[in-house]
Ligand binder design. Structure first.
Ligand SMILES: Nc1nc2c(ncn2[C@@H]2O[C@H](COP(=O)(O)OP(=O)(O)OP(=O)(O)O)[C@@H](O)[C@H]2O)c(=O)[nH]1
Length: 216
């Protein structure tokens, strides 16, 4: 139950106690920035160290989270960053309600390519898609080549939320997915008199400035 003519989130089930929503989230960014690792950290609470195995085409994992006492199912699509898989992944963009766009803070080209990723997103994704920029591998302070301020500046230019994450320590990983879930759940259930959910404010109030600690 997804896609649904571009609806923000699809109601799966209603009972007096629970309403559940299904949200499609896609992970994008250059190869080796850590998309699979961020997803595995969120899903299983573990870090995939060791040899790098590039994703082939596209893969997905589900996770159910609680948002204001409602169950929200995130269906998360992990795409291959390698150029040769681009035509495969483009086909999935329009089914995504949210996109997590990653770069690696120790890899300058992966940051420089973010503008090209955003151009692709504007070409293939839904107009109202929620985009979040993530600077991953924040635990690798000694190898850092992209300043946190540069990530913040770029995100501001495009009007998208930003945070640095670490799949290794878990820093901000859960927050990134939870903020997306909250935003889309609010969009789906918004009452006329209800104040709008402010994703930027929420993230600023919750985020950890370094990848030093896990949210648990
Ligand atoms: N130190 C550190 N290493 C990381 C982090 N995230 C990923 N890595 C490492 O970076 C490499 C690439 O991670 P992946 O998650 O496979 O990268 P990807 O973006 O999914 O790559 P593609 O599938 O080719 O698009 C692996 O060797 C990981 O162990 C992180 O937050 N910190």
């Amino acid at each position: 139950a997804h896609g649904h003519d571009g609806a923000v989130a699809t109601t799966l089930m209603e009972s007096p106690f629970t309403v559940s929503y299904c949200i499609n989230v896609m992970l994008l960014g250059d190869s080796a920035v850590g998309k699979t690792c961020v997803l595995v950290r969120f899903k299983d609470g573990a870090f995939l160290g060791g040899n790098f195995i590039a994703t082939v085409g596209i893969d997905f994992r589900n996770k159910v989270v609680d948002v204001d006492n409602l169950k929200v199912k995130l269906q998360i699509w992990d795409t291959a960053g390698q150029e040769r898989f681009r035509s495969v992944t483009h086909a999935y963009y329009r089914d995504a309600q949210a996109l997590l766009l990653l770069y690696d803070i120790t890899n300058k080209p992966s940051f420089d390519n973010i503008r090209a990723w955003l151009t692709e997103i504007h070409e293939y994704a839904q107009r109202d898609v929620v985009i979040m920029l993530l600077g991953n591998k924040s635990d690798m302070a000694a190898e850092r080549v992209v300043k946190m301020e540069d990530g913040e500046k770029l995100a501001k230019e495009y009007g998208v939320p930003f945070m640095e994450t670490s799949a290794k320590t878990g820093g901000n990983v859960e927050l990134a997915f939870l903020a997306i879930a909250k935003e889309l759940k609010h969009r789906a259930t918004q009452q006329p008199n209800e104040p709008k959910f402010k994703i930027h404010d929420y993230i600023e109030s919750q985020k950890q400035k370094s990848g030093c600690c896990s949210l648990g």
